[in-house]
Design a protein around this ligand. Structure first.
Ligand SMILES: [Zn+2]
Length: 120
């Protein structure tokens, strides 16, 4: 996507926890936006949870998650609107690691790419 080329996603924090979901077979990644109001309610109220920029997450967030979790390149990661709840309120990435069950919480901020200065 062309307009996404100018946007950077900056990872503010990344935390890996053991999942509380005893039935889950796969790890999950949840991304939160910093500075847009109290979590998690604000994300529900403003619709953010139904309109995540997943292409940007794939570009900026998932490489860091793969590294942090030691995933080899063959492990696939898919976006699911129902990753955390069957009603769709808790979307996230599902990692096909079959080892279950870690939850990865990532806080991000967005920034615009600065134009490159000539001569640098
Ligand atoms: Zn729900």
């Amino acid at each position: 996507m062309k307009e996404n080329d100018e946007i950077l996603v900056i990872i503010k924090s990344l935390e890996v926890r053991r999942s509380n979901d005893k039935k889950a077979h796969n790890s999950r990644v949840y991304v939160f936006h910093e500075g847009v109001g109290p979590k998690p309610l604000f994300g529900i109220a403003n619709g953010e949870r139904w309109s995540h920029p997943t292409a940007l997450y794939r570009k900026f967030v998932l490489p860091k998650v793969r590294k942090e979790m030691n995933l080899d390149s063959g492990v696939s990661i898919r976006w699911s609107q129902k990753a955390g709840c069957s009603c769709g309120c808790s979307p996230g990435f599902v990692i096909d690691d079959n080892r279950g069950c870690r939850d990865v919480f990532v806080s991000v901020e967005f920034a615009l790419k600065q134009p490159e200065l000539p001569g640098i």
